[in-house]
Ligand binder design. Structure first.
Ligand code: NDP
Length: 310
């Protein structure tokens, strides 16, 4: 058994930022990276919208910078997963996959979310070569080009209108004859001239060459007809899944599994347990907002330790 003042679960921008703040405040944080150290940015080519990197930065390199900064202040980083927690007492228990039992005075959750994928041929093959699950991150690389985007929720509505400002033509593929998105978002979609909605339509296969995506074969779910769209970017916006399964039964979450925090704070329903990053944010989901909430969680943890004397 190991006693720690601050356990951080997850290693994206939220987790590393929490580590930097917690370490500098003398909380001696121990950070478990999870299965994909660095989080979603590890599958992003170029990050151009993170302030402080005027030339942009490759996603994995940027996460390496974050990690080094956390290590500089002596964060203990373990490339392992936390597989179980017990938040029943004032001291929070967690178990790593290798069986270490940790007793933590504070826990910062930054386990992130994972984009849902379609699972169609070509999707995985052309990831980072034209296939993306983040229009705000990657839309700029397709400026003045034709792209397609899949989904019918608020994310697809928001991202398709965002892409329409940058790209020459945007094809939104909606699998039913209606969208799930809010009315106002749908109106925006329908009033955008270079945004073409294909109702009852699903993509079948993403096509490309070594250079990247060149097109997509689509299928009309009502008529059974197939056709082809020439595109160079293929965006998937069918939702995300927060990585919060191990906290079920302990922490309040919404129907989709996003952790619920006190408005404007990182506090969960359990004192001493704080949530940051995409595990609690289904709206913004940016590296910079995740980092901001990681900072909030560390400051809240520090304050909690002072107040409780733990
Ligand atoms: P949602 O779960 O709301 O929507 C997912 C969409 O993807 C649905 O239209 C669904 O179709 C479609 N879909 C799912 N699987 C497939 C598939 N295999 N093939 C084709 N289409 C598929 O996810 P969102 O990410 O859009 O939104 C998540 C939450 O975040 C929502 O509560 C939303 O309101 C909120 N949000 C709010 C924003 C805002 O207020 N500005 C911005 C972004 C998100 P179907 O409808 O047929 O099931």
């Amino acid at each position: 058994m190991e006693k720690v003042k601050c356990l951080i679960i997850g290693s994206g921008p939220a987790g590393y930022t929490a580590a930097i703040y917690a370490a500098r405040a003398g909380l001696n944080p121990v950070l478990y990276t999870g299965p994909q150290p660095g989080g979603q940015l590890m599958i992003t080519n170029e990050v151009e919208n993170y302030p402080g990197y005027p030339e942009g930065r490759n996603g994995p390199e940027m996460m390496d910078d974050f990690r080094k900064q956390a290590e500089r202040f002596e964060t203990v980083i373990r490339n392992e997963m936390i597989v179980k927690v017990d938040f029943s007492g004032p001291i929070h228990k967690a178990w790593s996959e290798s069986g270490t039992e940790i007793h933590a005075s504070t826990v910062i959750i930054s386990t992130g979310a994972s984009a849902k994928w379609l699972g169609i041929p070509g999707e995985h093959e052309y990831e980072n070569k034209g296939v993306s699950a983040c229009a705000v991150c990657d839309g700029f690389f397709f400026r003045k080009q034709k792209v397609a985007i899949v989904g019918g929720g608020d994310t697809a509505a928001e991202e398709s209108t965002y892409l329409a400002k940058i790209c020459s033509e945007v094809h939104l593929l909606v699998r039913r004859d209606e969208m799930r998105a809010s009315k106002i978002m749908q109106e925006r979609v329908l009033n955008t001239p270079n945004l073409i909605v294909h109702w009852n339509t699903s993509p079948e296969v993403v096509l490309g060459t070594e250079e990247g995506v060149t097109g997509v074969r689509i299928h009309n779910n009502k008529t059974g007809e197939t056709s082809h769209l020439d595109i160079s970017g293929f965006f998937v916006a069918i939702g995300h899944k927060p990585n919060t399964d191990i906290f079920k039964g302990w922490l309040d979450m919404d129907d989709s599994g996003y952790l619920i925090t006190k408005p404007g704070r990182s506090l969960t329903n359990i004192p001493g347990v704080f949530a940051s990053g995409d595990a609690q944010d289904k709206i913004y989901r940016q590296a910079i907002t995740a980092a901001g909430t990681g900072c909030m969680a560390a400051l809240d943890a520090e304050r909690y330790l002072v107040e409780t004397g733990l």
